[in-house]
Design a protein around this ligand. Structure first.
Ligand code: SF4
Ligand code: MSK
Length: 668
């Protein structure tokens, strides 16, 4: 019998717990209960099943066993992992492609409602590629940049250009290893080709192409997506917002936008603020339209517009359970099919919008960038028309939400550290070199109902902060921290070690920097590159005392992100289960791929991927790696009590002393 977990084991978030109780009362299932009922297949879960052809599926559960075609377990695991990485890279990069076409349409004046909001970023990005900027209108520059970026997807030979933004030494390594992506689509297609029955059957050779494909995502499709989102919608800077289900409002038409591409959600934000829509909502008896976001769409509009986040991945069903959502508008990625059935218990309309994504039973209003504002208004009017159908007796909104300050783009971090006239990463590098900051951790990725929601994320974040590790976050992990109050300046005074506290106080930042959505992990690559270029922390990313973690990963995109980070030189730790774990206790030769992506990749790229389910061990491995990198750079070993007696903190200590003691402390 599958084990049913307690509500507190499902989630550490009190708003989620309240809604899960509500679901139980109503007899409605969620991803949490379905995860209990669906025991994962231990053979497939360990990467030991191949269904690549009609002679199988072949399950390899004995040492030395092969598939019908003779494929070994290592080959099968390498193929399975590589296919997942290709799917993740395809998802991110197709998002990037859509953004490139949107930039092109905007440049030609054919995209209703869009404009180039960040001309400075456009000029900086274009000039990196030698596109002429002087004396040209933004639209002309944008047109050339769009053409260049569109060409990166179908390019057949040569090198994709965004990867020239990596540190010089890293570029040289990619050329030596022959993994510099030629074209984004080409690498994804080649992954599928190589992993077809009867093709590439050397595990290391297959996995090297996984590296090339992931690089096409991180230093290709995703980087393009981030660049263009900033150019069209503005480069994020800190802004006040809120997070959690309490942002849903009783007296307003609630529209929750969910998915990933900001092209639609930004236009819905714009449409919701027009007098036409405000009047339409009032005429329907509501106090206006209240927008909120789920998943990475939430991050996109939170960090640019301050639109509240209703929650992360596992909140998508819980938002509908409030009974107060008139429409959930979705585009691509991380959208559960269960939403449609769940919504039938309430009045909520699930509206699909992407030409690529339809869900049986949902309302489809297709997005088209040429008439985006018109379509956004149509979507909002559909939601407003549905307000009258809300059954107030079914309404239950948890009154739980937290203030958040997201929006730490790499441009802003650069600016905040040095100001307008000497923007620089120098203060960050200096703080690491002195030991005020022990190292940096990028904690990213999803929720997974197989672990307690947000528990792994927040346990790891809180412990690393106490150890003076500066944390940057994206995706659903960033929202987990936001719900707990870690994206606020106050957390920089109370939740952190004494050295990190000095930095947070001096610069005036939270100890956890929200850097965006899951495609925005490229911002972290840029930060690491700028730290290398600033000097003092080695000449390549693999020398920086930094670690990447995805404690609650679930999507194939997360595997693509992990792999491009490894190829860029990072140590990456995933929580939860490994998709290539094998069963070393039963099948003696089943962990070779697991070892190859760790030790093998480390020898080749300086980065490695490991799966560590226990959060304490994750923390230990992170700190050990950071300390190892500090020692290799010749930096002083981290000392917990060396710093922290300056700035506001010192003033507060002095204030608390009696007058005599205060004099003594100041004058000796
Ligand atoms: Fe089995 Fe080989 Fe076909 Fe895979 S490719 S299903 S191992 S026969
Ligand atoms: S939405 S990929 S659950 S981070 Fe980007 Fe969250 Fe993971 Fe989807």
């Amino acid at each position: 019998m599958p084990k049913k977990r307690d509500i507190k084991e499902y989630s550490t978030d009190p708003a989620a717990q309240e809604m899960l109780l509500r679901a139980e009362e109503l007899g409605i299932g969620t991803a949490f209960t379905r995860a209990d009922a669906m025991v994962p297949c231990n053979i497939g879960g360990a990467g030991m099943c191949c269904k690549q052809c009609g002679m199988g599926p072949c399950r390899l559960t004995k040492s030395g066993e092969t598939g019908v075609c003779g494929a070994t377990l290592d080959t099968i695991q390498a193929r399975n992992l590589t296919r997942s990485i290709a799917a993740g890279a395809a998802a991110h990069s197709d998002h990037g492609r859509d953004m490139a076409f949107l930039l092109k349409a905007t440049a030609k004046g054919e995209a209703e409602g869009y404009s180039i909001r960040d001309v400075a970023k456009l000029r900086i990005v274009a000039s990196k590629y030698g596109i002429k900027i002087e004396g040209r209108a933004p639209e002309e520059i944008a047109n050339d940049l769009a053409d260049l970026y569109i060409s990166q997807f179908g390019q057949q030979t040569g090198e994709i250009v965004p990867a020239t933004r990596a540190p010089k030494k890293r570029q040289q390594l990619w050329r030596e290893q022959k993994v510099w992506p030629r074209g984004i689509d080409r690498e994804v297609v080649e992954c599928l080709h190589r992993t077809h029955i009867g093709d590439d059957q050397d595990p290391a050779h297959i996995l090297n192409h996984a590296i090339r494909t992931a690089l096409a995502d991180g230093w290709g499709g995703s980087m393009i997506a981030t660049d263009i989102s900033d150019i069209l919608f503005g480069t994020p800077a800190p802004i006040l917002g809120q997070a959690n289900l309490g942002v849903i409002k009783e007296d307003m038409v609630n529209v929750v936008v969910h998915g990933h591409e900001p092209s639609l959600s930004e236009m819905i934000v714009a449409a919701s603020q027009t007098p036409e829509i405000i009047e339409y909502a009032k005429a329907a008896g509501a106090n206006g339209v209240n927008l909120s976001g789920i998943c990475c769409t939430a991050n996109e509009i939170l960090m640019r517009q301050g639109i509240p986040a209703a929650g992360n991945f596992l909140h998508q069903e819980l938002a509908i359970l409030t009974g107060a959502v008139e429409a959930m508008v979705v585009d691509v990625q991380c959208i559960m099919q269960a939403l449609v059935g769940l919504a039938q218990n309430f009045h909520t309309k699930i509206i699909t919008t992407s030409p690529k994504v339809k869900i049986t039973g949902a309302t489809h209003i297709e997005f088209d960038e040429h008439k985006a504002l018109t379509i956004a208004k149509q979507i909002l009017k559909t939601a407003i028309d549905n307000f009258k159908n809300r059954d107030r007796s079914k309404m239950h909104i948890p009154q739980i939400k937290e203030d958040v300050i997201p929006g730490f783009s790499h441009e802003y971090i650069n600016y905040m550290l040095g100001g307008s006239y000497r923007a620089s990463f120098r203060p960050l590098n200096d703080a690491i070199m002195a030991g005020r900051i022990r190292g940096v951790a990028a904690i990213v990725g999803c929720n997974n109902p197989r672990s307690s929601q947000d528990y792994l994320h927040n346990t790891v974040v809180k412990e690393l902060l106490k150890n003076d590790v500066l944390v940057v976050q994206t995706g659903c992990g960033a929202i987990a921290a936001g719900k707990l109050g870690l994206l606020l300046g106050e957390a920089g005074l109370t939740e952190v070690g004494s050295g990190l506290r000095e930095v947070c106080e001096t610069v005036g930042i939270p100890p956890v920097l929200h850097m965006g959505s899951c495609v925005d992990n490229t911002r972290i690559l840029t930060v690491l590159t700028q730290m290398v270029e600033e000097g003092g922390l080695g000449d390549d990313i693999d020398q920086i005392p930094a670690v990447g973690l995805a404690p609650e990963w679930m999507s194939e995109k997360a595997l693509a992100i992990a792999t491009y980070c490894v190829a860029s030189g990072a140590y990456v730790i995933f929580g939860g289960a490994s998709p290539v774990s094998g069963m070393p206790d039963r099948v003696s030769d089943s962990d070779l791929v697991l070892k190859f992506i760790s030790e093998g990749w480390e020898k080749l790229y300086g980065g490695k991927l490991e799966f560590i389910p226990d959060p304490q061990k994750m923390i230990e491995a992170t700190l050990a790696h950071i300390d190892k990198k500090r020692a290799a750079l010749g930096l002083p070993a981290w000392e917990p009590n060396k710093f922290g007696r300056s700035g506001d903190w010192r003033m507060r200590e002095l204030e608390a002393l009696p007058l005599e003691k205060k004099r003594e402390a100041i004058y000796g």
